[in-house]
Design a protein. Structure first.
Length: 352
């Protein structure tokens, strides 16, 4: 079965100079994929021609006359730029012409446009951003929310845990993924009122067999792989994610600069180059690019705005794997069963 994915080619810091090469590389490596390139047609065609892919049978173009920039407000994104590449790409998912969409554009705008066009699933109060991080067990740790909801109440974090559990079950084939609640300590008495109340909700679900709640976890548990999922509010999640990415790049830079310090260390680097390459690959944050916007009636994947072609291709692969594993159907079914009904809340603030 061919899986169609719409690509917001104009989004992000680099636009078509990154999104087009990434799209070409991905379809060449994945015969079951077809990509719909959305954006200014003349710009897209020029970039395709540059890479000798203007006649690729599994790359098509849908013209969009406008582009949402990283500085555009939500009003501009929603009301003034109705023919933006971001919006058109998402509308292709709504119209079932694509099974997923990928964008590196303005995160707040992407969440707002996705929510407006696709709507949220029944029972979901606020969609959340979920991504993966590496751990010591050579598996992924899923973490949410990573910036869509800065201010949260206990029932919001409860919903994030449910959505994360369904996603991990579908993507990783884990029947009962473990859930950890990010806190300043593992003891029940630790944390603020929101975290304490969330723990009570998750513990109640655990006792009735709906969720597999491990308990409180700390920041170091993310990389230990203590739990399959780590739940937190968007403020904490976003700060944690950015700190992790910065530390990974800092570590990589320090290692390579030290090995270049003098002839002896350069010889050591030459001897251990295989191990160094493996370490660099394993810790490369680009390999974990591609966050899912959970809780929408359609699959949307957010790439980092500053992603290069290699990193953006990973975001496309996340979308492909999510569609291939029928994540949306699993989410719809399980969320309908597990999600408690709550009153409508005011619109959340976003970051990233």
């Amino acid at each position: 079965m061919t899986i169609k994915i719409s690509i917001d080619c104009m989004g992000g810091d680099h636009g078509p100079s990154v999104t087009i090469p990434a799209a070409i590389s991905f379809v060449n490596s994945e015969p079951g994929a077809e990509l719909i390139l959305v954006g200014m047609e003349d710009v897209i065609r020029a970039e395709l021609k540059k890479h000798k892919a203007d006649a690729h049978p599994r790359l098509s173009i849908v013209h969009a006359s406008e582009q949402i920039t990283m500085d555009d407000t939500l009003e501009v994104a929603l009301r003034r730029k109705k023919d933006s590449s971001m919006r058109v790409a998402i509308e292709l998912v709504k119209d079932a012409k694509a099974q997923a969409s990928v964008s590196a554009g303005n995160t707040a705008a992407l969440m707002a446009v996705s929510r407006y066009v696709l709507k949220t699933m029944a029972g979901v109060d606020r969609p959340a951003i979920c991504s993966i991080l590496p751990n010591q067990k050579d598996g992924p740790t899923y973490m949410l929310d990573l910036g869509a909801n800065v201010d949260c109440e206990p029932h919001h974090l409860h919903q994030f845990a449910i959505m994360g559990s369904v996603l991990v079950a579908a993507m990783e084939g884990i029947a009962r993924p473990t859930i950890g609640l990010l806190n300043v300590g593992t003891e029940d008495i630790k944390g603020n009122d929101v975290v304490k109340q969330t723990a009570k909700l998750l513990q109640a679900d655990h006792e009735r067999g709906a969720l597999n709640f491990f308990g409180n976890v700390e920041g170091n548990d993310i990389f230990k792989g203590t739990t399959d999922i780590v739940v937190c509010d968007g403020f904490v999640g976003n700060v944690t994610l950015k700190a992790i990415e910065g530390m990974a790049r800092f570590f990589k830079g320090v290692v390579f600069s030290e090995f270049k310090r003098n002839p002896l260390t350069m010889l050591g680097a030459l001897i251990g180059r295989g191990a160094l390459r493996a370490i660099a690959k394993r810790l490369n944050p680009s390999r974990y690019n591609g966050a899912s916007l959970l809780g929408l009636r359609g699959l949307v994947i957010k790439s980092h705005g500053g992603a290069d072609a290699y990193s953006y291709e990973w975001a496309i692969r996340r979308a492909f794997e999510a569609a291939k594993n029928d994540v949306q159907a699993h989410l719809s079914t399980m969320i309908a069963e597990l999600m408690p009904r709550v009153p409508a809340q005011e619109e959340p603030s976003s970051t990233i």
